[in-house]
Design a protein around this ligand. Structure first.
Ligand code: GLC
Ligand code: CA
Length: 550
């Protein structure tokens, strides 16, 4: 079956983490008017869709991923009128708005929860997941993602509620039909307001095993174990299909689910067109795991597997960065000597794969990880939890700090670096999270006019995609280069094609001559500042895109 929404193949999505993008009023917190004032940046790049991380009312236990009012705007970010203005301005610029929708859980300050927790027999009693104590303790041994038990006791009910994330993020009870109706009508309200897509948060945990068996995974240092039976539940897929029928199928709404998928088959289950769940999926991999397991070979393998399993009947989200990951140039590239070439190489990799490219704010200028001097400088709840787990396991505090520096989600959340003025032009006040000190060198203003900057590389890639059906529609084939660090691939469509080589290493590598027989003109090079492609002996992090001979 062919994908019916063909337009999604032409999307280039830019993710904004509003708290860190641009502050318009000097309170140190990014906001909607700030985004509005920088929309030209998105247009200049050429992107045509904006994924807005949550801007709903929230007490900010998890920076907006804990929603206390789904049809309201967070006060710090502005008003609903500001949101309407942003929508209108996006429309004028041909940018579709994709809202981040968090419906696995709400905030504990949502009125639904306030009511639900008040007694066992109120009308919202079943909106959350309540269980009696077992032998005076939590119902099972499950750990919350952000530390401690996944259960919290409420004296008014004499019961525990379940929270997969922090205790301020109680899980919504998807087994309750009235709750599901509330969610669908709320999402439809946003569709009626002009939202053209949803990125649906943490969506693979909706269905819960009603008997909540103990997890058999080994305990974390604090004694609790991560659940071992929350992913891949058929009931979750049923809920997603119902959401699709009730919310997206009637309109022209694009969807991307953030999913935990242990296998490529399970990933495909969320996006195969005939299953009518999502248009694309963002697989979630914990940063620690990613840091410890990634390699160029694995990147290539994962890209191929996700492609091979559904070359026709589904579509892919392609990304290396988001607000939950360390910065891509620090993780997969080199943020020292080869900063510029490696940042361009990573861009050239993502933008030449089949699927929709996602750009996370700051990636387009090569923003890097941050190294805060003290643990106290970190804000992210999962960073704080991870640090405490290290300390509980007996690790030396300086070692624990050096590890969380690599893993922290705050690496991606430091303020956007606009220029070399104080606080990188992000705010005139005190930023909620410290600015990366390298803002003097790495900022938008320094790169905008420079034809050889990382920013210009992104701009050129986006422009190339728009004029080259081989990139947006073509088949993928990986080439055998004989070297795991040298990735070679082709994209072809109706007899026309591109050939791409990417040297993912600090060493030189040579393209086997047999692979160069069909090359035509050089379209892009990560060494454009140095004069471009100079032959098959590729330099560290050299990447090149050739046109194939017709
Ligand atoms: C998703 C979000 C992440 C958040 C979590 C809980 O993984 O991307 O930022 O902490 O869900 O909502
Ligand atoms: Ca502000």
């Amino acid at each position: 079956m062919q994908l019916s929404k063909d337009w999604i193949k032409d999307l280039i999505i830019y993710q904004i983490y509003p708290r860190s993008f641009c502050d318009s009023n000097g309170d140190g917190i990014g906001d909607l008017p700030g985004i509005l004032s920088k929309l030209y940046h998105l247009s200049n790049l050429g992107v045509n869709a904006l994924w807005l991380s949550p801007v709903y009312r929230s007490p900010n236990d998890d920076n907006g991923y804990d929603i206390s009012g789904y049809q309201e705007i967070m006060e710090e970010f502005g008003s609903m009128e500001d949101w309407d203005r942003l929508r209108d301005a996006c429309r004028e610029r041909g940018i579709r708005i994709i809202m981040d929708m968090v419906v696995n859980h709400s905030s504990d300050e949502h009125p639904w929860f306030t009511e639900s927790r008040s007694s066992r027999d109120n009308p919202k009693s079943e909106y959350y997941i309540w269980r009696d104590p077992v032998d005076g303790h939590e119902p099972n041994n499950w750990a919350s993602c952000f530390g401690g038990s996944a259960w919290e006791f409420v004296p008014e009910r004499g019961q525990y509620y379940f929270h997969y994330f922090s205790k301020k993020q109680p899980d919504l009870n998807w087994a309750c039909p009235e709750l599901r109706e509330e969610i669908y009508s709320m999402m439809n309200w946003w569709v009626a307001k002009g939202v053209e897509g949803f990125r649906v948060d943490a969506i693979s945990y909706l269905d819960k095993p009603q008997d909540f068996p103990d997890s058999k995974l080994s305990p974390r240092p604090d004694g609790y174990s991560f659940p071992d039976c929350l992913s891949c539940r058929p009931g979750t897929h049923d809920h997603i299909r119902e959401m699709n029928r009730r919310v997206y199928s009637s309109g022209n709404v694009m969807t991307v689910g953030e999913v935990s998928a242990p296998t490529v088959e399970e990933l495909a289950n969320y996006v195969r067109t005939e299953r009518e769940e999502f248009d694309m999926a963002i697989p979630f991999v914990p940063p620690i795991e990613e840091i410890n397991t990634w390699s160029p070979e694995k990147l290539k393998h994962d890209a191929w597997e996700s492609y091979r399993i559904m070359p026709e009947e589904g579509w892919w989200a392609r990304f290396l960065s988001n607000h939950d990951k360390p910065r891509q140039v620090s993780l997969y590239g080199d943020d020292g000597e080869y900063w510029e070439a490696s940042a361009k190489l990573l861009a050239m990799f993502i933008h030449t794969l089949p699927g929709t490219p996602f750009i996370y704010q700051g990636e387009e200028i090569g923003m890097t990880n941050v190294s805060f001097p003290s643990f106290e400088d970190y804000d992210d709840p999962s960073t704080r939890d991870q640090y405490h787990q290290y300390i509980l396991s007996g690790m030396d505090p300086s070692k624990a700090l050096s590890l969380v520096r690599l893993e922290s989600r705050d690496n991606a959340r430091t303020p956007m670096q606009w220029d070399s003025s104080e606080n990188a032009g992000f705010t005139t006040g005190k930023p909620w999270l410290k600015v990366n000190q390298n803002a003097l060198k790495i900022n938008v203003a320094a790169q905008r006019q420079d034809p050889h900057s990382i920013y210009s590389c992104y701009k050129n890639l986006i422009a190339l995609r728009k004029t080259c059906p081989a990139l947006s529609r073509g088949n993928l084939c990986f080439l055998d280069t004989g070297c795991p660090e040298l990735i070679g691939l082709t994209r072809s469509y109706e007899g026309k094609g591109l050939l791409v080589f990417l040297n993912f290493s600090k060493d030189g590598h040579t393209i086997p001559s047999g692979l160069l027989e069909n090359i035509g003109a050089v379209l892009m090079s990560s060494y454009d500042r140095e004069g471009g492609y100079q032959g098959e002996n590729l330099r560290p992090y050299e990447a090149v895109i050739f046109k194939m001979k017709d």
